[in-house]
Write a protein that binds this ligand. Structure first.
Ligand SMILES: Nc1ncnc2c1ncn2[C@@H]1O[C@H](COP(=O)(O)OP(=O)(O)OP(=O)(O)O)[C@@H](O)[C@H]1O
Length: 814
């Protein structure tokens, strides 16, 4: 044996394979040109124990190539069941993989049931592989607890460092239990999963348990804690996806037709095809947020929809709409997202700087998003997703609307991100730079997969006269061939059948690589960790919302001043009259005038309340949808809107009250001082209306609908207030549903409008003039009546908010 610098060389022995099946080790020397590996003794010349069920009967072939061996999956034709993987990339049947001394492969994908295969060639220099597995023996350990986290105590032996942004500094600890076993305790905000279940407290550990922390998987076996997966690599296998929807006529329409495809870690894949061929649907299905009628999507063998919460933090998704607030600076967008999505002990500045560097936006860090170009804005959306360093990245038309130069830059940026080990999938119509992709999935109408493979080979497959990718767009024309719908369907069918049954591309890029998912009983998806606590989210969201409001100064000024100005204008029309204060001699016109004035107070408050809230949820619906998918809580979200808007309502109330106190002679109610009663009534009216506005904002689907709803919301408040029309029967009952009736009721009780109606002294032979209205209990100047009006305004507030919460919850896609 000789030692050379940096590696060890051993001379004169055969290469060998070492198979480690959960601690049982078998070594096989390789001395023939071809070796076969499997449980079937008639096939295999390596004696695999028959009980090693992970290995297929005919699992692999090794062929000598130079001094080493190339390993092929399967029996030369058909792939094995559980596959052979290197860093989650499946080794296929045709190209195989040239083994280098020291390389480690995995047979199977289940960390609880896989075989580790190590190839050693003593005649060759040993690969310096980073140890993928890290082990810590818990037996006889003197130092407790075992620390698991991003930054465990420096120099600690009883620790495993799990360095990822989504992991807390000290994420979880393991301690010995008095009964002799071990106990796992979660100390994180993002959550720790034990056997796919989120744990919040301490739980006992059993032999064979898997612990998931962020992207990392650890396995406890025979008193040894093993880091079995760093989560650096995620492979995706889609199996026969079928998605059907009902069209407008109620007919079932298939928009994905048995689409299967494997995507290896680090691949850059584009979903292309004509308009309406199902690209976005496929992307969302692969992302796990669109259900399927048949088939499934598997990440590293795990069913994605059943395990979405395990992978939630490892998936980045940039939808078509921008997911950033235009009125924040780039650095603010990233800082808030970082604080919302990552653990509170994160080094926010370092992560923001690293991310800005990755997307090359350092030079615009202090610019407002609204001042950026379309391409830069998209890059900010990408940066937001990169904060958590996801290994799987989905983008829906990131280059739409960009000029050719920006399109190229964006594709190159994505290529770079893929080179860094991320798996990238994008939907695109811009195919000028398609050559940078590793694979394209070409969809035809009806969601049929017409081709999957490298872009260059697509030109041959579609029999294009020139292999030059600049003619790539001609494939679209070819696939759209046919004058009628059925002719077009025939064209798509032709290419799908050619691809599935007569193409080498299907054999090598799908059949040879597609890996099975683990068969797990159907179970509800595990609950997710929240990223940051609900209170912390409320605090951050409120800060962000306030900043956005303060940035839009004109809207803020309008929302604060509209009502005071409107009310002030009444003063100009009064010409010295004092409608709210009781006169020494009652006049028949005073009560109706007082009511009209009070009615304007109510209308002003309702109008500003609605105007300032009806856009607030709908205008940021895409940002909400994305943040909700990561970890946003509905309570903190709505709570932040309500909290900040309540603060503004206090300001609005103060301004309104000031104008009323200055502009109108004050009445002198017996039950409560006028200024207090007036403030409370105005504030409660504003609160009820802004809650109604939030409800409508949660209900509508776009800002135009929100604007159009205003008249529908406002008119009933006028009609059923009881001021303009006398309300009887059903109309009176309907009025209970309005805010105006209770608001005017409270104002009327404070001012005591009933007392302003003059007594009628009947004079013989003279018909008394009609009263403006009969005194009514609605304006009774009693505590009970005032409490009732205020109480019902509060009930309106609570009910509207509860409905808004429910409407937001209904938007959840998982
Ligand atoms: N939930 C749904 N209900 C009814 N039809 C739907 C639904 N989702 C998608 N579709 C229809 O399915 C087809 C495919 O839609 P999808 O948006 O996936 O296509 P696309 O290829 O991304 O289109 P484009 O390139 O124009 O964005 C379209 O005809 C669309 O109208």
């Amino acid at each position: 044996m000789t030692k050379t610098s940096g590696h060890t060389t051993v001379v004169g022995t055969h290469p060998y394979l070492e198979l480690n099946n959960q601690g049982q080790i078998q070594r096989f020397y390789l001395n023939q040109d071809t070796h076969t590996l499997g449980r079937d003794r008639t096939f295999s010349n390596l004696p695999i124990p028959p009980s090693w069920g992970v290995i297929s009967n005919r699992h692999a072939i090794l062929r000598k190539e130079g001094e080493d061996y190339r390993i092929f999956d399967g029996d030369g034709q058909r792939p094995s069941t559980n596959g052979i993987f290197i860093n989650k990339t499946r080794i296929n049947t045709s190209q195989g993989y040239l083994l280098q001394s020291g390389v480690q492969l995995e047979i199977g994908q289940d960390p609880r049931n896989y075989i580790l295969l190590t190839y050693t060639n003593p005649n060759r220099s040993q690969l310096t592989v980073q140890p993928s597995k890290q082990r810590l023996s818990l037996q006889g350990l003197r130092e407790w607890p075992v620390e698991l986290g991003r930054e465990p105590t420096p120099g600690r032996y009883a620790a495993i460092q799990l360095d990822a942004p989504t992991v807390s500094r000290l994420h979880a600890v393991i301690t010995p239990s008095p009964q002799g076993g071990y106990v796992l305790e979660d100390r994180s905000t993002n959550g720790t999963f034990l056997n796919e279940k989120l744990i919040n407290t301490s739980v006992p550990l059993q032999d064979g348990d898997t612990i998931r922390i962020g992207p990392f998987s650890l396995l406890l076996r025979q008193d040894t804690l093993e880091l079995v997966d760093r989560g650096n690599y995620i492979r995706l296998d889609a199996h026969r996806l079928v998605r059907q929807v009902k069209d407008k006529q109620g007919q079932t329409k298939t928009i994905l037709s048995h689409v299967s495809l494997p995507i290896e870690p680090g691949q850059f894949v584009a979903l292309v095809g004509g308009s309406g061929t199902g690209k976005s649907t496929l992307l969302k299905t692969l992302l796990g947020i669109e259900p399927t009628q048949e088939g499934g999507v598997f990440l590293n063998g795990d069913n994605l929809r059943q395990n979405f919460n395990l992978y939630r933090s490892q998936i980045g998704y940039v939808p078509q709409d921008d997911i950033v607030h235009p009125d924040l600076t780039v650095a603010e967008v990233l800082t808030y997202s970082c604080r919302l999505r990552l653990p509170p002990d994160t080094h926010v500045n370092a992560i923001v700087n690293r991310t800005l560097d990755q997307v090359k936006l350092e030079f615009v860090r202090n610019s407002f998003v609204r001042d950026l170009s379309g391409g830069q804005r998209k890059r900010v959306s990408i940066a937001v997703e990169l904060l958590a360093d996801p290994k799987l990245f989905f983008l829906d038309e990131p280059t739409s609307g960009l000029d050719p130069g920006l399109d190229k830059e964006m594709m190159q940026l994505l290529r770079e991100l893929a080179h860094q080990g991320r798996t990238i999938l994008l939907v695109t119509h811009a195919t000028a730079n398609i050559e940078v992709c590793d694979r394209i999935a070409f969809l035809g109408r009806g969601g049929h997969l017409c081709y999957f493979g490298p872009p260059q080979e697509a030109m041959d497959f579609f029999e294009m006269p020139s292999g030059d990718l600049k003619y790539f767009a001609d494939i679209y024309i070819k696939l759209d061939h046919g004058k009628t719908k059925s002719e077009n369907e025939q064209t798509v069918k032709h290419w799908t059948e050619k691809f599935l049954h007569h193409s080498a591309a299907y054999q090598s890029y799908i059949q040879a690589s597609l890996s099975p998912g683990k068969v797990t009983p159907s179970q509800p998806p595990p609950s997710s960790g929240s990223g940051s606590s609900p209170l912390n989210q409320l605090w951050l969201l409120s800060q962000r919302y306030l900043k956005l409001i303060l940035r839009d100064r004109l809207s803020l000024a309008l929302s604060l001043l509209t009502a005071p100005i409107g009310i002030g204008l009444i003063v100009l029309t009064l010409q010295g009259k004092t409608p709210l204060a009781e006169l020494d001699t009652l006049e028949i016109t005073q009560a109706p005038l007082a009511l009209r004035v009070l009615f304007i107070f109510t209308c002003a408050a309702i109008l500003v309340g609605l105007l300032s809230s009806v856009q607030e949820i709908v205008k940021e619906s895409s940002i909400y949808a994305r943040e909700r998918l990561v970890n946003l809580g509905i309570f903190p979200y709505l709570g932040s809107k309500f909290l900040i808007r309540s603060g503004l309502a206090i300001l609005q109330t103060l301004l309104i009250v000031m104008v009323i106190l200055v502009g109108f002679q004050s009445p002198n109610p017996e039950i409560i001082p006028w200024s207090i009663g007036l403030s409370l009534t105005t504030f409660l009216t504003l609160m009820a209306t802004l809650s109604l506005g939030l409800l409508v904002s949660a209900f509508v689907t776009n800002e135009t609908e929100a604007n159009n709803s205003l008249s529908l919301l406002f008119l009933p408040q006028i009609i059923f207030s009881g001021v303009l029309f006398e309300l009887t029967g059903f109309a009176r009952k309907l009025s209970w549903l309005t805010i105006s009736r209770w608001s005017v009721g409270a104002y009327g009780a404070l001012v005591d409008v009933n007392a302003m109606i003059p007594e009628q002294t009947p004079l013989p032979g003279i018909e008394p003039p009609p009263l403006p209205f009969e005194p009514t209990p609605v304006y009774d100047p009693t505590w009970d009546n005032l409490r009732l009006n205020w109480g019902i305004l509060c009930v309106h507030t609570v009910v509207y908010l509860a409905i808004a919460l429910w409407l937001q919850k209904r938007k959840d896609i998982l």
